[in-house]
Design a protein around this ligand. Structure first.
Ligand code: TDO
Length: 187
């Protein structure tokens, strides 16, 4: 497993080893021991799996608000996405900034998105399967989001944003500046 820090402190990129042989490959995709060496004190309670059929599906930007804030360890097992995490913690030195990284079944990367970050991805291949572990249970009452194309965020999406395939819910999300934002930077 290799681990890299990205431009936003706290956001980490993990790349598990893959052992290939004539049958295919084997990979430890998650180990508490390895993960907690880099992100101490975090435990996961739920695993999620989504399928997006088309190129240009955008899911996000999403987060769960306190007391059900979620950290997410996300990866792709089939296909390819551009994955994005935005720091939305008020008072953070990197407030409003984002990292974007390609995750695919080929590069086998995993992105750790801590609580206080909004998360989204855009599919780059058909039939993309997206897998992730989360640190709190799904809490529909704490579901929150920001428009993926909020101009203040300056995210360069790999598709024409006007052609993004969105859920009805995601089409109505507010801009960051209009959000009733409960996240505060704690250092
Ligand atoms: C996220 C989630 C959804 N659901 C249900 C609610 C709804 O009926 C259906 C689809 O939900 P959504 O439209 O919110 O799914 P989706 O747009 O894929 O939401 C996901 O997007 C990515 C970017 C994230 O970061 C995730 O945390 C999650 O918010 O699944 C659960 O039962 N449990 C869950 O944990």
């Amino acid at each position: 497993m290799t681990v890299e820090e990205l431009a936003l402190p706290g956001v980490l990129l993990f790349t598990p080893k893959r052992f290939g042989d004539d049958r295919g490959f084997f990979s430890e995709t998650f180990s508490t021991r390895v993960f907690n060496e880099h992100v101490p004190g975090v435990t996961f309670v739920q695993d999620n799996h989504s399928l997006s059929r088309d190129v240009g599906v955008v899911r996000g930007l999403h987060f769960q608000t306190p007391p059900h804030t979620q950290g997410k360890l996300v990866r792709v097992s089939r296909g390819r996405v551009l994955d994005v995490a935005v720091d939305i913690r008020k008072g953070s030195p990197t407030y409003g900034q984002h990292v974007s990284v390609e995750l695919s079944a080929d590069n086998w990367r995993q992105l750790w998105v801590p609580g206080g970050f909004a998360h989204a991805f855009c599919t780059l291949e058909p039939d993309t399967e997206f897998l992730y572990k989360v640190t709190d249970f799904y809490a529909p009452g704490c579901d929150g989001g920001i428009a993926f194309d909020d101009p203040d965020l300056g995210i360069e999406w790999p598709i024409d944003p006007a052609k993004a395939i969105l859920s009805d819910k995601d089409r109505k999300l507010p801009r960051l500046k209009d959000l009733d934002n409960p996240f505060v930077y704690k250092g």
